[in-house]
Design a protein around this ligand. Structure first.
Ligand code: CMC
Length: 428
């Protein structure tokens, strides 16, 4: 592979360096393009061909269906690690020693409380509010109560902001759900593991002790690990670009939560379950919905299918499919929509429309079935995605700040009116 790319415009030749990543991915470095060509830019809506940064956090090969955090395969991490270890790995680059992990957890626990006035903000939301909107608002509001988390430059200041949000975010997640269900707010217990505490904060009944169920702990640990990072996706790019203006960590995360909410991104897990329910209510006719998904005049898409990067099985979906079978059988739950999901998957994988476009089940296709079996309401599914993605967003934000990346500010190709003189209102 040449180390130069040559671009010819109007007979003039320009040379740009070709750079290669550690996994042999190749990029043309066009940093000098606009300057040397006196104004020419690239146009790439949806950034399908644009690398926005160099990153050493997550590697994914969409053709081969490979996903690795800091070099470790998602399959091994999902089987052998717990969520807090993975969070540490993503953020700081190495798996923690026991001592490092204990300190990290202790630091997080020391911030696992939010200002009581947050309850007043939560109270102002109607019960009907979507939990993602509430979570984004509360995460942003945390800034007001933790002003030292905003102007962070040193690694120490960043660390303090990071352990704060890792301590406080699960509280917001749990409270968002409890508020919706009219349950009193709970702080959990610092004697519990990170994931156990999340379950207790979400589900503890006010009048009885919460009994931990190892099946639920394992399932949630696995789901959170599988969602923990996915390189420069829509919400992560949002976090990086928001943070690039040196807005604080918490508001950058709030921006990421808003980006995640949409049904083409994290909101797909809610949309999948609603779709499967609708198919069930409609008599279970999967063929009818397959036909709708293929009809270009119908806006319906098969939710949980397709991915911008994966043109093969999403490795996370493979793990989640197996986990869904295990969790439902361990919990003794029979859910007819699991059969509908399996049926849809089988049909899609044999259908030329899906095969030709390389559309495979993604991470969201089976995750909702597990969340539902765990007793998590459907409107909370994307919130659970956000909880899992938190360390990834943090790691990407930290990397962006430590690399002193410039403010994110794309260009555009203007296609509007050229100059025209102002027309007074009576002449319009
Ligand atoms: N159902 C039916 N057709 C589809 C689907 C689908 N789920 N996904 C893509 N296509 C078709 C699309 O119509 C297009 O067809 P054509 O070439 O004839 O115009 C072709 O496949 C390529 O799709 P695209 O929309 O150009 O691809 P994209 O990379 O812009 O979009 C996507 C990726 C994930 C937004 C899209 O596949 C989709 O909308 N999927 C359903 C929503 C979903 O499950 N999202 C979760 C993604 S994984 C979680 C995460 O966000 O990290």
């Amino acid at each position: 592979m040449s180390d130069k790319a040559i671009l010819e415009i109007n007979g003039e030749k320009y040379e740009f360096p070709v750079i290669t990543g550690t996994e042999n991915e190749v990029a043309i470095d066009i940093k000098a393009l606009r300057g040397s060509t006196k104004g020419v830019i690239t146009l790439d809506p949806g950034y399908k061909n644009t690398g926005s940064c160099e990153s050493a956090i997550t590697f994914l090969d969409g053709e081969k269906g490979i996903l690795r955090y800091r070099g470790y395969s998602i399959e091994e991490l999902a089987e052998k690690a717990d969520f807090l270890e993975v969070a540490y790995l993503l953020i700081f680059g190495e798996l923690p020693t026991q001592e490092q992990l204990d300190k990290f957890h202790a630091d997080i626990k020391s911030h696992s409380v939010v200002d009581d006035d947050i309850k007043k903000i939560l109270d102002a939301f109607p019960k009907s509010a979507h939990p993602m909107g509430v979570l984004a608002s509360l995460t942003s509001a945390l800034t007001a109560f933790n002003p030292t988390s905003v102007n962070v430059d040193s690694e120490e200041e960043m660390y303090n902001a990071i352990v704060r949000i890792l301590g406080k975010f699960p509280i917001l997640v749990a409270w968002t759900m409890r508020k919706k269900h009219g349950m009193p707010l709970d702080y959990g217990s610092s004697s519990l593991g990170y994931v156990e505490n999340i379950l207790q904060m979400m589900f503890k009944n006010p009048t009885s002790d919460y009994e931990q169920n190892p099946i639920l702990i394992n399932a949630l640990d696995k789901l959170l690990i599988l969602h923990a990072d996915h390189e420069q996706n829509c919400s992560t790019s949002t976090v990086r670009i928001t943070g690039s203006s040196h807005a604080g960590l918490f508001v950058s995360l709030a921006a990421g939560i808003s980006a995640l909410w949409g049904p083409l991104h994290g909101g797909a897990n809610q949309a999948v379950l609603e779709m499967l329910e609708a198919i069930k209510e409609d008599g279970g006719d999967t063929k009818k919905y397959m036909a709708k998904a293929k009809d270009k005049n119908d806006p319906f898409r098969l939710m949980g299918f397709g991915h911008r990067v994966y043109k093969n099985f999403d490795p996370r979906a493979k793990i989640i499919k197996v986990a869904a079978n295990e969790v439902l059988s361990d919990l003794g739950v029979e859910d007819p929509i699991l059969d509908i999901a399996r049926g849809l998957e089988k049909e899609a994988l044999e259908d030329p429309y899906f095969v030709d476009r390389k559309l495979y089940p993604n991470v969201d296709f089976y995750s909702g079935i597990i969340y539902r079996a765990m007793g998590i309401p459907v409107e909370m599914f994307t919130v659970m995605f956000a909880l899992g993605r938190l360390p990834g967003w943090i790691a990407q934000w930290r990397e962006m700040r430590l690399r002193k990346e410039p403010i994110g500010r794309p260009r555009q190709l203007y296609t509007g009116e050229t100059y025209r003189p102002f027309k007074s209102i009576e002449k319009r």
